[in-house]
Design a protein around this ligand. Structure first.
Ligand SMILES: Cc1cc2nc3c(=O)[nH]c(=O)nc-3n(C[C@H](O)[C@H](O)[C@H](O)COP(=O)(O)OP(=O)(O)OC[C@H]3O[C@@H](n4cnc5c(N)ncnc54)[C@H](O)[C@@H]3O)c2cc1C
Length: 603
């Protein structure tokens, strides 16, 4: 069975040394609750829960899957008990507002714990995972009564939430949805339609399920301007707010899928189910975006967690597995062969995983500070800046970390050789589980359009400038630091190139809108590599400082520098290929007629 140790040392490095979380928390109202001792205790307990409770259920949950019987779904063995422990431990309420029964700790702390959950059991993590987004939508857009009825139960964890957007004929283009909501006499709505691919749509972990559903009112305008949001509970709350009468929403079937087998992916049939409008009529998509933004960061964290899990197990295997001799002569002459970690190509794979895990962790924790500031900050300028940066970074966190997460888990299989392909070791499950992260909550293609089209070009490049100015300031401050030159010089160049390249795409797009779509995924990947380069340069600075001041943990800081160097020398050059591809423009993509794609075969 795969093992996992939460990367507590690396978390301490990023949180305490690099990003000064203690000072960040001290600045937030109520942040004094998140003292270093409290944070350390929470992380250790989270690490224990992930390793001891969730990890042992990961492979069994994958093999067993979910069972639908008479409209009821049974999650795999042990999932329900693990969820009960999770609720009893107060985990769902950690970062929620005390006004709704939460503990009021900063959202960033919940994100750190989420990495551990995703690393040990992604399928299980998807049950409470969607509640967080549903709670966010109700917190921002729900009435007081809706908050008292539903939000408090979601925060407690006794009820879970879902996000019901997708329909058989539309996932990306939600303007096409057909689900209808017709007003009833007493202020509720009768919601009718079919939603597909609904994660945790039906299960036996919680006593009630709160569906947040996109539907159209009878007089709604066409397209995405005519979508409204409704809260539709599985059991209608009784006078005391407890689960009462069964509502008209049932799970019609479960999808058979490539990964996350332990999570129920449901077809949900709504048959005049009683629902209540959340937010203003026809403004549902905007409300849902509240949910989707949080969920998108959450999916990026899934990519990170799976990367770390795959890396840790590949590393253990590479130290143990004996095959062939090192090219430079035997490293373990007393053994029949050397451990495969001596081979440069195996090291390339392990370091790729390690760099994406450590780089991804820095990116998530850097972004998490923006979330804390947006949610709880008191300084208006700082909040506005955080909001801009968060908007820019969200599609990068979601798409870049899931793209490289898929690459990293695939490399994990490769390190194991043929054994990686065999179920027993658990490495192939990580690849299968990682595959969905590039798709749901908006595919990589859609995130890339969001980044380049909406966030960067629609702001005339302003949002990007907020970030590139920060990188520029760092490079200027470190210009004379010879020890960092290997990082700062290439970073400064790339940072300038990023801005120039963006302007050039913007110019092209003025005469041909297809140029945006043609450039977008390469642009997103380029942006991800430069963002990680900035964070690795900051990590290298911190490591250099620790080493020059003298530390008992010199090996950790030297390894951090080596990883940063590997990233700069072996992964950052991928920006060259992305730049060349996006500069080639739309022509070669659009030249061939849709009907000419298949001329090589007879139909
Ligand atoms: C396991 C699983 C769990 C899920 N959980 C949920 C859930 O809980 N709730 C929910 O509502 N949905 C859920 N989904 C649905 C998921 O979010 C959608 O599948 C996803 O958003 C893509 O939509 P689609 O499948 O309809 O693909 P389509 O929208 O048909 O897209 C097909 C392809 O076309 C591309 N494409 C489409 N439009 C454009 C464009 N304008 N420019 C460039 N490329 C474009 C896409 O990137 C994609 O590659 C889940 C799906 C799965 C498989």
């Amino acid at each position: 069975m795969p093992d996992y140790q939460a990367p507590l040392r690396d978390l301490r490095f990023v949180m305490d040394e690099m990003l000064d979380y203690p000072a960040h928390y001290a600045r937030l109202p109520g942040g004094e609750e998140a003292s270093p001792d409290v944070v350390a205790a929470i992380l250790e307990e989270g690490a224990r829960f992930a390793r001891e409770v969730l990890l042992p259920l990961n492979q069994s949950g994958d093999r067993e899957g979910c069972l639908l019987e008479g409209g009821e779904v049974k999650a795999p063995k042990g999932f329900k008990e693990a969820y009960a422990q999770y609720v009893e431990g107060g985990w769902p309420s950690l970062a929620a507002d005390p006004a709704h029964g939460g503990q009021g700790l900063p959202p960033s702390l919940a994100m750190v714990l989420n990495e551990m959950v995703c690393a040990t059991n992604l399928a299980w993590g998807m049950y409470p995972g969607l509640s967080h987004g549903a709670a966010d939508a109700l917190r921002h857009h729900g009435t007081e009564e809706q908050q008292a009825t539903y939000l408090t139960r979601l925060v407690e964890g006794t009820w879970t939430g879902t996000m019901c957007l997708t329909e058989p004929h539309c996932g990306t283009d939600l303007g096409l949805i057909k689900t209808r909501a017709v007003p009833n006499d007493e202020g509720s709505y009768a919601v009718t339609g079919t939603k597909i691919f609904i994660s945790a749509g039906e299960h036996d972990l919680a006593e009630n399920i709160v569906h947040l559903v996109l539907a159209k009112l009878p007089d709604a305008p066409e397209g995405s301007r005519g979508i409204s949001l409704f809260v539709v509970p599985k059991f209608l709350p009784d006078a005391e707010g407890n689960p009462g009468e069964r509502n008209g929403v049932v799970c019609g079937s479960l999808e058979h899928k490539m990964g996350i087998h332990g999570n129920a992916t449901c077809v949900m049939n709504f048959d005049a189910a009683k629902g209540y409008l959340v937010g203003a009529p026809n403004k549902g998509l905007a409300c849902m975006f509240t949910m989707m933004n949080a969920a998108r960061i959450g999916v990026g964290i899934q990519g990170l967690g799976l990367t770390e899990a795959s890396f840790q197990n590949a590393l253990a295997y590479a130290r143990d597995r004996l095959q062939m001799r090192a090219l430079g002569g035997p490293k373990s002459p007393e053994k029949a062969a050397d451990p495969i970690i001596v081979h440069p190509d195996v090291r390339r794979m392990l370091l790729t995983q390690k760099a994406f895990a450590e780089g991804g962790r820095m990116l998530v924790l850097y972004t998490a500070q923006m979330i804390d500031s947006v949610e709880h900050g008191t300084d208006a300028d700082e909040k506005a800046r955080a909001e801009t940066l968060l908007g820019l970074l969200t599609p990068i966190v979601k798409a870049f970390l899931t793209e490289v997460g898929f690459e990293a888990t695939n490399e994990g299989v490769q390190v194991f050789g043929g054994h990686g392909f065999i179920q027993e070791w658990g490495m192939e499950q990580l690849v299968r589980d990682a595959r969905i992260t590039r798709l749901y909550e908006g595919t990589t293609g859609i995130q890339a359009l969001d980044l380049l089209g909406r966030k960067v070009l629609m702001s005339q490049g302003e949002s990007l400038k907020v970030f590139t100015r920060e990188i520029h300031k760092f490079c200027q401050a470190e210009e004379g630091n010879g020890e960092l030159a290997e990082f700062v010089r290439p970073l400064a160049k790339l940072n300038q190139e990023w801005g120039e390249m963006t302007m050039a795409i913007g110019m092209k797009a003025m005469s041909d809108r297809e140029e945006v779509g043609a450039a977008s995924v390469d642009y997103l990947m380029y942006s991800g590599y430069v963002t990680l380069a900035y964070l690795f340069a900051r990590a290298a600075k911190q490591a250099r400082m620790a080493l020059s001041e003298g530390t008992f943990d010199a090996a950790f800081y030297r390894a951090k520098l080596d990883t940063a160097r590997f990233f700069y020398q072996r992964l950052l050059p991928r920006t060259r290929a992305h730049k060349a591809a996006l500069e080639a423009g739309a022509e070669s993509l659009m030249a061939i007629g849709a009907e000419d794609f298949g001329l090589g075969f007879e139909i």
